[in-house]
Design a protein around this ligand. Sequence first.
Ligand SMILES: [Zn+2]
Ligand SMILES: [Zn+2]
Length: 306
Amino acid sequence: MGVKEPANAVFGLLSDETRVEILRAIAVAESEHENADPSPAELSFSEIYERINVDNTSKLSYHLGELTETFLRKSDDGYSFTHAGEQIVRFLLSGNYEKPADFDPQPTSGTCLYCGETTLIAQLHHQYFQIECASCERPVSAFPITPAQARSWTDNDLVDNVKQKQAIDYEQIRRGTCPECAGRLSTEVARLPESQRTETIRHLVVDRCRECLRRYNSPLTYRVAYHPASVAFHWDRGIDITSKGLWELHGHVYEGRWVSERISTDPDEYEIVLRYDGDILRIRLDSYATITHTERARSRDVADQE
Ligand SMILES: [Zn+2]
Ligand SMILES: [Zn+2]
């Protein structure tokens, strides 16, 4: 384990234009290397000197010395990034410290979880891509969006990109990994307070990252949406569920085709049932929302459902 530097000292190293320029220059040079070698390229002192605007070699040597250990790693062949250097330089290059560019509110298909309205509006709300109901005006889904994402994708492509990212993140969260920092999540199932409960949503899964303290909440029913059993179940019906945003799944919950309930206590156990026509996917979860059993069946109440 390395020596722990205080965070203010680490970030203080970046309060100098030349050092920021050095980090950018190394990343740009690395990206230009024609290289089939998966190991990171190392840049020599003279290669860095050629690429940046610095008065003389002793100044460069001083700044490289300041960055080394924290943001740069030095070997006989030159300089490459440490983990912190890699994170910081991608953050700098992507401009993700800026404010996301605004985009025009975009109508999108889906269902409001609270009133069943199918006209929804996607818009930027602070750093969130928020889906709002056109009728009751409640937010039905919100997902963080980065400035680079809002720049790279526009209009419908941005909506599709958010769906894709959401599906990947939710599956990663279900597997216990924080999408933000790759730290371990701890999970609990909580009963929703009366004021937030709906006819079909009673429990919430709360995942907390022990490392970066990020918290993720979602109705219990969606815990299984992107699980392989659900992906395959949908795929067999011609649906790529991984391309669906949560707000597009709300209709199943609102209309009662997807339900979740607590089926036993001490320890708690939950069951989620996804129904399509006469087919059923039944998934059991333990008190930590870990999937313990999956099963496909034909509904006994086919006649009631069709
Ligand atoms: Zn609504
Ligand atoms: Zn985290």
